[in-house]
Every structure is written in structure tokens, then in C-alpha cells.
Design a protein around this ligand. Structure first.
Ligand code: SAM
Length: 231
């Protein structure tokens, strides 16, 4: 079983997700106490997919994160570099155009998508800035990005409790439900190490995105960042 470390070597990250693929969606539901469903609804509202729009769901994994856009009538491309995750996704959603691709070198032409989005994926990409530039490149002028990622709770006492929960409770619970519990040690470590809300907003701006803003969900456990490509 593979567990990535904080240097996020791409082959280790991909292989870690290959290992958790079969039980990925169940484990998510259990560990987030069902909150993931609410977060996904908020992502859907923020992306605001419309019929016939082209949406890129990057780091889509099994394409659970892609479903709300497809249900809104958009043409959604789920893209990921873990073939294990893509395989489980294709089995569950055979009609979706699953695409193997690395976030830092996307297999799409410039100005292709009306909206690009990434849920719980950017934190795992070794070269965050390069991924944000790639997302920008493949977005049409006037298009939008929505990033859903774990972040830093804003209320300090809650932040302390949350960090304790993450570091102590997550791996034992994961041991009961996941096929690769060590992956959830990495999850806790990578969340603690991730830039806070203003720092991620600054990265988006540096990659070219305009009108950057963010909204905290569940007190900042998760944050939605959005930005636009100039028309
Ligand atoms: C936590 S899962 C999220 C899956 C899905 N978006 C969701 O919300 O359930 C993270 C995904 O990011 C993918 N990933 C990580 N680094 C990547 C990269 N450089 N390029 C493409 N996919 C990547 C992993 O393979 C994994 O499937």
C-alpha cells in the first residue's frame, strides 16, 4: 500500500489513490459525517453549470464531484491521473468522458472550457502554481474557476479541536473503513500543511485569475475559492 508524503511525488499520490479507489466514496461519507454532500451542493451553486456548457472537473477521481454539473445539463469532462480512480468512475458512470491527465500538463487546448473546477484535488498536486496556470490556460475568456478544498477553521478554539480530531481520530476511523488507512495520515498532514484562505487567493491571482474571492463552509473546514479569466 502506498502513502504519499508531503513532498507529494506524483507517482506516490497516483498510486495512493489507486489503492483507495474502491472504497473512496464510502470512506468520504463516513469521515466527513456526511458533510461532503452539503459541500458538493455548494460547489454546484458556485459553478452554476448551464445546459451545453463545457465543464472541466479536474482531479475528479471517481467523478462523484462531476455529477451535479452533468445533472444540470452541462458537458462535463472528469480528468484525473489515477487510473484506479478513473476505472471505478467509469464502472459507475459509463457514459461520462473520463480523461487521464496530469493537472500540471492538461491534455486540452487553450480556451476550451466555460468553467473549470477541482474538489479536494489541488492540495495533492505537487506544483500548485503550475496547476492553477494550466486551469487558466484551458478556460475560455470570461470563464470561471471554483476550487473546493480543505482549509483552516477561522475560529481559533475550534481550529485547535479540529486539529486534534484530525490528527488523533482520523487514522483509527479510517482503519475501520478504508482499504489504505495510511492514506488518511497523509490527508491529515496535508490539510495542516495547506495554505490558508488569503494565501490560496494570492496564488490564484498570481496565476492570472481576476475577481478572486472565497467563502468558508463549515467554519472554514472547507473553503470555496473562485476567480474569473478576463474576457
Ligand atoms: C481526494 S480525491 C478527489 C476526487 C473528487 N474530486 C472528489 O471530490 O471526490 C483527489 C484526486 O486528485 C487526483 N490528483 C492528485 N494529483 C493530481 C494531478 N497532478 N493530476 C491529476 N489528478 C490528480 C487524485 O488521483 C485523486 O483522484
Amino acid at each position: 500500500m502506498t502513502r504519499a508524503s508531503l513532498d507529494k511525488q506524483p507517482h506516490e499520490v497516483a498510486s495512493m489513490f489507486d489503492d483507495v479507489a474502491e472504497k473512496y466514496d464510502l470512506t468520504n461519507d463516513v469521515l466527513s459525517l456526511g458533510q461532503d454532500r452539503r459541500w458538493r451542493k455548494e460547489v454546484a451553486k458556485a459553478v452554476d453549470a448551464r445546459p451545453a456548457q463545457k465543464i472541466l472537473d479536474l482531479a475528479a477521481g471517481t467523478a462523484t464531484s462531476s455529477q451535479p454539473f452533468a445533472q444540470a445539463g452541462a458537458y462535463v469532462v472528469p480528468c484525473d491521473f489515477s487510473l484506479g480512480m478513473l476505472r471505478v468512475g467509469k464502472r459507475n458512470h459509463p457514459h461520462m468522458p473520463f480523461t487521464a491527465g496530469d493537472a500540471t500538463k492538461l491534455p486540452f487546448k487553450d480556451d476550451t472550457f466555460d468553467a473549470v473546477t477541482i474538489s479536494f484535488g489541488l492540495r495533492n498536486v505537487q506544483q500548485t502554481d503550475q496547476a492553477l496556470r494550466e486551469l487558466y490556460r484551458v478556460t475560455k475568456p470570461g470563464g470561471r474557476v471554483v476550487i473546493c478544498e480543505f482549509s483552516h477553521p477561522t475560529w481559533a478554539p475550534f481550529r485547535t479541536v479540529y486539529t486534534e480530531y484530525l490528527m488523533r481520530a482520523l487514522p483509527p476511523v479510517a482503519r475501520a473503513v478504508s482499504s489504505n488507512p495510511d492514506a488518511y495520515v497523509y490527508l491529515a498532514e496535508s490539510i495542516r500543511d495547506w495554505p490558508d484562505q488569503p494565501a490560496l487567493a494570492a496564488k490564484l491571482q498570481k496565476a492570472g485569475w481576476g475577481k478572486v474571492a472565497w467563502r468558508n463552509l463549515s467554519g472554514g473546514i472547507v473553503t470555496l475559492h473562485r476567480g474569473f479569466k478576463a474576457s
